[in-house]
Design a protein around this ligand. Structure first.
Ligand SMILES: NC(=O)c1ccc[n+]([C@@H]2O[C@H](COP(=O)([O-])OP(=O)(O)OC[C@H]3O[C@@H](n4cnc5c(N)ncnc54)[C@H](O)[C@@H]3O)[C@@H](O)[C@H]2O)c1
Ligand SMILES: O=C(O)[C@H](O)COP(=O)(O)O
Length: 536
């Protein structure tokens, strides 16, 4: 039975969905201490989390059976994605399910800050009636600086525009067209910080965005300006923010997220010009239902049907459907090619020809690599860790694209180099048919790319096929199909026989001694035939 652990609070709807059908045994242990998680994670195939659980390297190492980490939410900065990738563990999230809630919370924080809602509430409840003390500012006509104009930043832009705000922003990765559509004038980070009346941060936390808003930038803010952070605590240098607020060098801040959560003992909590909430951006009934249901669906369909959705560390995002039938072709070609070389592989070149040359073919390269590594590695390569394992083994991976595919609409070539040789195999997928092998080195063939083979390179002399047939017949090995290729009459020839039972290595050794045979090999693809292919 597949076992799944939920280690943060997940709404009932998601939990019910995970438990529906009984295919998966679900344990919910919200807020489990880290040490306890490390102790028990070895029993589980899947882990579902929110931002509370830290999926650090020790969790990944201890997760011997772990296949997937599902983040019910956006940020995966609490997951060591590199460590998961090395181990072939899929990491997925729900990229859009809570963004409206995060944007609405940003607006709530902005309005609350602008109109002193929180201190006025405290004052009135303490028996005071001080109206002028809490005079605020209008958002109308103010300049909002949005740093990080992705999903949440974009939603904040739309809402702020309807409040009559002028929008400026910084995001090194969005296109000018998207910014124009949102009505945001793009400028440098420094200019945004200097010109904005209110700054709101919505970048993802990455090594490159840690303390993006540092002491130097904070010192450039207008003395009347306010800053909001509903993204991640680590995006702002909180010591610099504290010093600035303490000295009243800016008007205020509204903070939902902290460098350390919970922010126990943080000096920020002692200031009266800051509004804080305990990471509530996604804490609405609607968002929690959506993230939990979406994550439950995605994790179940991965565990049960081998379908991947919203992957963080698999090369499937935006994959063209055209690529799909070629995934198993590439894997089989890789597995075939590597069995043609005897020395350690130093280089793999995957070339796509024809129609495929116009689309993203990263999945084809990774699949070919998986085929190669399935014969070289004990580490169970999959689409997630194949590139990492290849790098570890010092194998150089190259990809090329050629628009002209000669005779075929599409073709893939996998060539493998080792110290003393270079071998190449070519193949394709015809519509509604099994993968086909179209050639080996200089020889053209056409034979289904499945099962086990006997390959013979020999002199093009009469009687070879008969001799091979007799040897195999003698051992009770049935020939299923046969492909024959030669370049010049009387020169070199190649025979590829698809056999019903594998040919033993002893027989291969024996045949290599026979006159006229230059290279006899057995090639095994039968392990791949029974493999469950991932769908997207
Ligand atoms: N407080 C909450 O509960 C809550 C809820 C949802 C999301 N979040 C957080 O909000 C943030 C935004 O989420 P999203 O869904 O919009 O993510 P997103 O990936 O859609 O957008 C992030 C944007 O940041 C931009 N970016 C990357 N590097 C940058 C840099 N150096 N400077 C400026 N911009 C940069 C990216 O180009 C992208 O447009 C994330 O940090 C996410 O974890 C928090
Ligand atoms: O990145 C996110 O999705 C938010 O920070 C929400 O985090 P949460 O799931 O812990 O509320």
């Amino acid at each position: 039975m597949i076992k799944l652990l939920v280690s943060d609070e997940l709404s009932k709807e998601g939990l019910d969905m995970l438990r529906k059908g009984g295919a998966v045994e679900v344990d919910a242990k919200p807020n489990i201490p880290h040490d306890e998680l490390v102790k028990i994670i070895g029993d589980y195939d899947a882990l579902v989390i929110r931002s509370g659980t830290k999926v650090t390297e020790d969790v990944i190492e201890a997760g011997k059976k772990l296949k997937v980490v599902g983040r019910a939410g956006v940020g995966v900065d609490n997951v060591d994605v590199n460590a998961a990738t090395k181990k072939g563990i899929l990491v997925m999230n729900t990229p859009a399910a809570n963004i409206i809630s995060a944007a609405e919370h940003t607006m709530a924080m902005m309005l609350s800050l602008a109109r002193n809602v929180v201190p006025a509430n405290v004052s009135l409840k303490a028996g005071e009636w001080k109206r002028s003390k809490f005079t605020g500012i209008e958002l109308n006509g103010k300049t909002l600086g949005i740093i990080g104009i992705g999903r949440v930043g974009g939603e904040v832009a739309k809402r702020s525009k309807s409040f009559g705000m002028k929008l400026i922003g910084y995001d090194p990765y969005i296109s000018p067209e998207v910014a124009v559509k949102l009505g945001v004038r793009l400028m440098s980070l420094e200019e945004v910080v200097e010109q904005a009346d209110i700054i709101t941060i919505h970048a993802a936390l990455t090594p490159g965005t840690f303390h993006l808003i540092n002491k130097d930038l904070i010192s450039k803010m207008k003395p009347t300006a306010m800053i909001l952070n509903v993204a991640r605590g680590e995006l702002i240098d909180s010591q610099a923010l504290y010093d600035t607020l303490k000295e009243k060098k800016i008007a205020g801040a509204a903070i939902d997220v902290f460098e350390q959560e919970p922010p126990t003992g943080s000096p920020l909590l002692t200031l009266d010009n800051i509004v804080v909430t305990p990471h509530l951006g996604a804490s609405t009934k609607e968002a929690q239902e959506k993230v939990s249901v979406e994550m439950a669906e995605a994790v179940m369909s991965f565990l049960v049907d081998h379908k991947i959705k919203n992957a963080i560390n698999a090369p499937v995002r935006g994959m063209d459907p055209k690529v799909l039938p070629f995934i198993s072709v590439a894997e089989r070609l890789g597995a075939f090619a590597v069995q043609l070389v005897d020395a350690p592989v130093s280089k793999i070149n995957v070339t796509v020809y024809g129609d495929l040359a116009s689309v993203d073919t990263k999945m084809i390269t990774v699949s070919a690599l998986m085929g190669v590594l399935s014969n070289l590695s004990t580490e169970s390569p999959n689409i997630i860790n194949a590139s990492y394992i290849a790098k570890e083994k010092g194998i150089q991976v190259m990809e090329s694209k050629v628009e002209d595919s000669k005779r075929y609409v599409n073709m893939i070539s996998v060539s493998i180099e080792s110290e003393n040789c270079k071998r190449e195999v070519r193949g394709t997928a015809f519509p509604e048919s099994e993968p086909r092998l179209l050639g080996i080195d200089d020889f053209d063939l056409d034979i289904p790319l499945e099962g086990d083979f006997l390959l013979s390179a020999h002199a093009d002399v009469p009687g070879i096929i008969g001799r091979v047939g007799a040897i195999l017949g003698d051992k009770g090995i049935n020939i299923a199909r046969m492909g024959l290729g030669r370049k010049d009459k009387g020169g070199n020839a190649l025979l590829l026989i698809s056999v019903d039972t594998p040919v033993s290595l002893d027989l291969i050794k024996e045949m290599n001694q026979v006159k006229d045979f230059k290279e006899v090999r057995t090639i095994k693809l039968s392990g791949l035939d029974s493999r469950e292919y991932l769908q997207f």
